[in-house]
Design a protein around this ligand. Structure first.
Ligand SMILES: *Cc1c(COP(=O)(O)O)cnc(C)c1O
Length: 371
């Protein structure tokens, strides 16, 4: 972590203090009000719950400190992605999206954007650095990609997108703003599923869009009001609480992932191992540059579907569930959702269990397979 990141963490933890009067609660209230005292129409901080409310304000203040940008929150990562794309495209426009990124983003391209007259072009993450951007209004990236963990150089893509007159939107879910800040590297918008590591306890769906263009962010805020794509106050509270411990959780998760990835890479049962923090990994070049470290996700390929399922079933420290970034380590075979990965590919999300307990359980499950 850099000194600048440290300063952001400290500000995040104390962001409410300056606004508190004597006797007010230290943590933000879960404000459930749909309507606000309004004897006159002008000058109130809030007037109707779909337009804005105090618990959103609290979590948006935290995220704005982390992103160093204006932030608008949404009820899920997909709601944030929809807002960013709808507000930067119109009928007749062209958008490039990764063919190997989060699969629901591709479905959104096919079933919403395409239907409304946007030309959606899919390109593998690794080919985006050299793809021709002529005629595109938006280049949309995911780095490292979920689940393949391939990376693109964000600064290079931002320069190339801008030269072609396009905006660059980056899905930063796999890294979080603690580990990677695409806006600092030239991206126009960041989108993220705070459902994952930021909320961190597998109990809240949430998302956000951040950006430094005031006009574009105003359109995104207005989209939330008009579409009604509004986060719940309880979820906003949970994400506010999660963000306070995100950096500490990430430290454990990423350190454990580095240890476990190195040991898995050397294991005879493992056919292929992807972890950006491993020297020799195709994404290693991005680590220490745009990525603070290798993250907490590992792509692990075992012999085939049957072996991968048997491993997951025998490993008590890996929750067999979709999603990632939670306190519990979790893993699943991604081919079961149709991702274009080998049948034996497991996306492993390393949690906060003590690393040697986690490793013992993984090693025992792998040994069982060979017995
Ligand atoms: C999970 C995920 C999303 C969607 O987030 P939801 O909160 O589930 O809507 C988007 N992008 C990536 C990379 C994800 O992993």
């Amino acid at each position: 972590m850099t000194a600048e990141t440290d300063a952001r963490i400290a500000r995040l933890l104390h962001h409410r203090k300056a606004g508190l009067s004597l006797g007010e609660p230290v943590v933000p209230p879960i404000s459930v009000a749909t309507t606000f005292h309004l004897p006159q129409a002008q000058g109130a901080a809030h007037y109707y719950g779909r337009s804005g409310q105090p618990t959103w304000d609290a979590v948006e203040a935290q995220l704005s400190i982390l992103e160093a940008a204006e932030t608008v929150t949404f009820p899920s990562g997909m709601a944030a992605i929809t807002a960013a794309l709808v507000c930067s495209l119109k009928a007749g426009a062209k958008v490039m999206i990764p063919s190997d990124g989060y699969y629901v983003t591709r479905l959104l391209g096919r079933d919403l954007l395409q239907v409304y007259g946007v030309d959606v072009v899919q390109v593998p993450t690794l080919e985006m650095e050299t793809a021709d951007f002529t005629g595109f209004q938006v280049i949309y990236i995911e780095t490292p990609s979920n689940p393949g963990l391939d990376t693109v150089d964000i600064a290079v893509l931002a320069r190339r997108a801008h030269a072609a007159g396009a905006l660059l939107i980056a899905d930063n879910t796999t890294m979080t703003p603690f580990l990677q800040r695409p806006l600092d590297l030239g991206a126009d918008l960041v989108v993220a599923a705070d459902t994952k590591a930021p909320a961190g306890h597998s109990d809240a769906l949430f998302g956000h869009v951040a950006g430094r263009d005031a006009n574009l962010m105003a359109r995104i805020r207005e989209w939330r009001r008009q579409s009604g794509s509004v986060p719940g106050p309880f979820e906003a509270y949970l994400v506010h609480r999660g963000l306070e411990t995100l950096e500490v959780r990430l430290e454990r998760m990423c350190a454990s992932a580095a240890v476990i990835a190195a040991r898995l890479a050397a294991h005879p049962a493992v056919k292929n191992l992807r972890y950006p923090g491993l020297p020799g990994d195709a994404s290693y070049g991005a680590v220490g540059g745009q990525m603070a470290n290798g993250g907490f996700l590992i792509g692990l390929t075992l012999a085939d579907a049957e072996v991968a399922e048997a491993f997951l079933a025998r490993c008590p420290m890996i929750e067999q569930a979709t999603s990632f970034g939670g306190t519990h380590s979790a893993g699943e075979r991604r081919a079961r959702w149709g991702d274009s990965v080998p049948e034996g590919f497991i996306r492993l999300s390393v949690g906060i269990e003590p690393v040697e307990v986690l490793w013992s359980s993984i090693a025992a499950a792998l040994a069982d397979l060979q017995a």
